[in-house]
Every structure is written in C-alpha cells, then in structure tokens.
Design a protein around this ligand. Structure first.
Ligand code: GLA
Length: 386
C-alpha cells in the first residue's frame, strides 16, 4: 500500500506494521459465555507507518479520513470528538495504566482496506496494531497473547464495549491457512488455551459479503445481549443451586428443563449459546474429516439460530445470506461477527466466484438499494512489524 507520511509529518517514516481483519467461522456470540470460537485472520488489513518524535505528543493520521489528530501523551482521555483515534488512545492509556513505560510520542500514519464498522473487526485490528507498534517502539516485551488481552481490556474499559476476547486474539494469533480455536473460558493473563486448525477446503473457498450497512457496536444491542446472558446464567444458577461460571458450562440436555422456568426471551438466548457451542465441536470434527458439505450445513444452522433465537441479523444480513444460499455454488453461509448489519461469510465453489458474486449483488441491491461488497479472501498471519 502507498503512504504519504512525509507530506503529512515532514519526515521519513522509520518503521512499517500490518494488522489483518478477521472472520469468525463458527462460535458466534459465545466468546463472552465461555465457549470455544474459531476465527481466522484474513487478507484485508490496516497498515501503519511510524516515526518516534521528540515530544510528548501523539499524532495520528489516516488516509481513510484525512485529518491530523494531535494528543498530549499525559492528557489522554476518551472523547467523542476524537473519532477513531479513541482506539489508539485507549491502547496507550491501557498499557500505561498497567505499568508499561511509554514516555515519548509517535507520529503514525494509518491506512486501511477493512470496511469500517462492518463486522470484520476493524476496531480490534486497530487496537492490536497500535499495541504491536507500542510494543516494538518502546520494547515493552509483550507476548502475542498479552497484546490480545490488553487490547480487549482497552475496548472494554476505554471504548465501552463488553466484547469477548475473540477478535483481539484472532488478529494477534492469526496464522496463514489456519483458523485458531480459542477456548475463551481459559484465556486470561494466567493461562491461554488455543490451537490451530488447518483450513483445507478442496475446491471450495470462503467469501466475505459485506452488507455495507455500517453500524456502531457500542450503540447496538450488543451490550444488551451480554446482559441477557448474564441474567440467564444467574437465574439458572438460582434454580439449580449450582455455580456454573458461564453458560457454555451447562449441559445441552438441560435445555428442555431450562425452558420450563426461564422467561421465553432468555430461553431463546440460552438455546442459541448452547447449540452454537455444540456446533463448534461438530465443525472441528467435519474439518478433521474433510467433510466440506457438512461444514456448509453447520454454517446454515448457526445462521438460523442467530436469526431466530439470538436475533442479531436483520433485513440486510438476512437478504444477503438468503441470496447466497439460492446459488448452486454455495453450500452454506452465515453472518459473521456481532451482526446488526456488518458482514456474512459463504462457503462456495472456488471456480464459480464471479457468477456467485454477480447474482448475489443483483438480488441484494434490488431489495435494499445498497450495493454489497463481495470479497475473495485468504487466511493470513496475525499482526506484525514488516
Ligand atoms: C464482536 C465482539 C466479539 C464477539 C462477536 C460475536 O465481534 O467483539 O467479542 O462477541 O462480536 O461473536
């Protein structure tokens, strides 16, 4: 990618970094319920060019929104006026708060090919990227796992989204041609359990479909879903006099009984969480057996559950996934990420991409008057210095 760092900051840059976006293959809305999730880093990304300055000032510029933001290092706080720079600011603040020494400013030029607010984790990518920059420029000694954990802390506390660890970990731990299975009940500063799974799809490939209907997660019902799950967990523990730590610890065969005492809305949320958790295990089995057709089937089941029980899809995502399933080249599709607009993924025959793309664009555009974006993506390595 090209940059005009020198025109903006009047110096040459000294270092260059890259951070990918992510898709989630399976395990949706269960990373804050102690479930296992299976995301992968993809070949849409944010790049950054960096130079240390001799001041106590951070200067941020993005080619996507041309404006220079200047922030005093010792006066960092959340402010709506800061726009997207609240993410890098949050990262600096979080690391300093945790005792890491950042005592000098940086000039940073960002440039992104990730559609913003689209469900591909542009915010986690920006957080991980900034953490990786700070780690290298100030020799902080952070591991990849710590980068993910501090980035999550920053998004939770500075930006106010009660998200789980999935996005930050997917982007930090990403590995070419592999998805990473993260056990979110065992991913904290003391211990991290995750494993890589090779994604070999024979004649098939994953494509990303963006509704191009942006949404802000903090303003969405995301935090409401988190609260509903927490309340359901409390009511279930009260009923059984047990102490489940998270919803995914609950046995699937308890669902019928749970239905008898939980308010119906909360029951639907729990049903999604428990069945989705099971689908992750089934998906891994199918990957191991190279049963690509079954992967497609699981994607469809997950989407239905997210639509009917978890209620996070909506007209735009539903139109896109339904249009994709009408194509003979597609064996499964589902929304990916948080939902409420954003993106979906589809598993399709590789050699029919162009035809698939044109037909889905037609159907979606006719119904919504919006042109969607459809990308062929590769699975790539995580955040890094180039
Ligand atoms: C967003 C959050 C993640 C995860 C997904 C839904 O991307 O940042 O932590 O909860 O939604 O699976």
């Amino acid at each position: 990618m090209k940059n005009n760092f020198k025109d903006i900051f009047h110096h040459e840059y000294e270092s260059h970094y890259l951070s990918p976006a992510r898709i989630n293959l399976i395990g949706e809305h269960i990373d804050y319920n102690g479930g296992k999730v299976l995301p992968a880093a993809i070949s849409l990304n944010i790049e950054a060019w960096v130079r240390k300055n001799d001041e106590h000032v951070f200067r941020f510029y993005s080619s996507n929104m041309p404006k220079i933001y200047i922030h005093e290092l010792d006066n960092i706080k959340y402010d709506k006026e800061n726009d997207w720079t609240n993410y890098p600011l949050g990262m600096i603040h979080t690391l300093r708060n945790n005792g890491y020494i950042i005592d000098q400013g940086l000039d940073i030029f960002y440039s992104s090919t990730i559609p913003t607010a689209s469900g591909l984790s542009s915010s986690a990518s920006l957080l991980d990227l900034t953490a990786c920059i700070l780690n290298n420029e100030f020799n902080l000694g952070l591991s990849r796992e710590e980068i993910a954990l501090y980035a999550k802390e920053s998004e939770n506390k500075f930006n106010g989204l009660a998200c789980g660890i999935m996005d930050q970990a997917a982007i930090s731990l990403g590995k070419k041609n592999h998805a990473v299975l993260i056990d979110t009940s065992k991913f904290d500063f003391n211990n991290q359990e995750y494993e890589y799974h090779n994604i070999n799809l024979n004649d098939y490939t994953f494509v990303v479909m963006s509704t191009n209907k942006p949404r802000k997660l903090v303003e969405s019902k995301y935090n409401e879903r988190v609260d509903e799950c927490n309340l359901a967990l409390k009511l279930i523990n009260d009923y059984y006099h047990l102490n489940y730590h998270n919803l995914c610890e609950i046995e699937l065969n308890k669902l019928d009984e749970i239905k008898s005492f939980l308010p119906s809305l909360l029951y639907k949320r729990v049903k999604h969480v428990l069945t989705e958790n099971k689908r992750v295990y089934d998906f891994i089995d199918s990957l191991k057996n190279n049963d690509i057709i079954n992967l497609g089937k699981i994607l469809n089941e997950s989407d239905l559950s997210l639509k009917n029980d978890y209620e996070v899809t909506g007209l735009h995502l539903d139109t896109l996934t339904q249009a994709s399933r009408l194509q003979p080249s597609c064996i499964g599709s589902r929304m990916t990420g948080a939902g409420f607009g954003g993106c979906a993924i589809a598993l399709i025959k590789k050699d029919q991409f162009e035809d698939f793309k044109n037909k889905v664009i037609d159907i979606y555009q006719n119904k919504t008057n919006i042109v969607p974006s459809i990308y062929e993506v590769d699975i790539v390595d995580g955040v890094r210095k180039l």
